[in-house]
Design a protein around this ligand. Structure first.
Ligand SMILES: Nc1ncnc2c1ncn2[C@@H]1O[C@H](COP(=O)(O)OP(=O)(O)OP(=O)(O)O)[C@@H](O)[C@H]1O
Ligand SMILES: [Mg+2]
Length: 221
């Protein structure tokens, strides 16, 4: 069976005064269905740039100069922009390395999750939203999920924002989750809870996960 995601020879460059800087130089890996793959490397080795490039979100001024990314049989570098918008969130969920910056500061958490549900789920019903959102936040280790749902991002700690970002990434029921350092801002107990949740999602939903980290103990867990 063909892998869910196959990255081959990915090259990404940034311009600089002394010529192009290579952030990724021929990166390659595959992820099968229901498989967890760790992308491990030292700080600055291009892990985040590669993860963003999979979603065609290479940082400004960065340029993909080579390679291919095939996801569910389609080359993501060759498809139209409107098709990649349908893949982001619905087929591939993404947890950014800077979760607070990825949340909308002007909206309550509940409204941000509801927006994803509304966009991704054709059977979305406003009346169910509140219960669904609480059920999505509960397994992320919050003592009071309803209070989190009613909060704005600035009312939450960094670790809470990180867990909310994971809930948002899973809200569209993707087949692949790209999690960029998903446990870095968390204390050890919460970190273990998140890793257990990811393992359960892999087992129960057959979720594939690209786990980006510089911490080998996270990959081992
Ligand atoms: N917007 C940008 N402009 C210029 N260079 C950039 C930009 N973003 C990343 N880079 C460069 O690309 C390289 C890879 O960065 P990246 O953020 O992918 O590293 P990383 O492996 O995720 O590191 P970390 O473990 O610290 O998150 C770095 O050398 C960085 O300087
Ligand atoms: Mg990074």
């Amino acid at each position: 069976m063909a892998p869910l995601l196959s990255v081959e020879g990915l090259c990404v460059e940034f311009p600089s005064r002394s010529g192009p800087v290579r952030a990724c130089a021929g990166m390659g890996f595959t992820i099968g269905r229901g498989e967890v793959v760790g992308l491990v490397g030292e700080s600055g080795s291009g892990k985040s740039v590669a993860s963003l490039s999979i979603l065609r979100l290479t940082p400004p001024r960065g340029r993909v100069t080579g390679g291919s990314i095939v996801f569910e049989g389609r080359n993501l570098f060759a498809i139209p922009r409107r098709d990649i918008l349908k893949i982001r969130g619905r087929r591939i969920g993404f947890v950014s390395q800077t979760p607070r910056a990825s949340l909308n500061p002007a909206l309550r958490i509940r409204d941000q999750i509801a927006a994803v549900l509304r966009a991704c789920d054709p059977n979305f019903r406003r009346a169910d939203a509140r219960n669904r959102i609480s059920a999505m936040l509960a397994p992320l280790g919050f003592s009071d999920p309803d209070r989190v749902a009613a909060s704005f991002p600035h009312q939450l700690s960094g670790g809470m924002c990180q867990r909310v970002a994971i809930a948002l990434a899973l809200a569209g029921d993707p087949s692949l989750l790209i999690a960029d350092e998903p446990t870095t801002a968390l204390d050890v107990a919460v970190q273990a809870g998140i890793l257990a949740l990811l393992r359960r999602l892999k087992r129960e939903r057959g979720l594939s996960i690209l786990l980006v980290t510089h911490d080998l103990s996270v990959v081992r867990a």
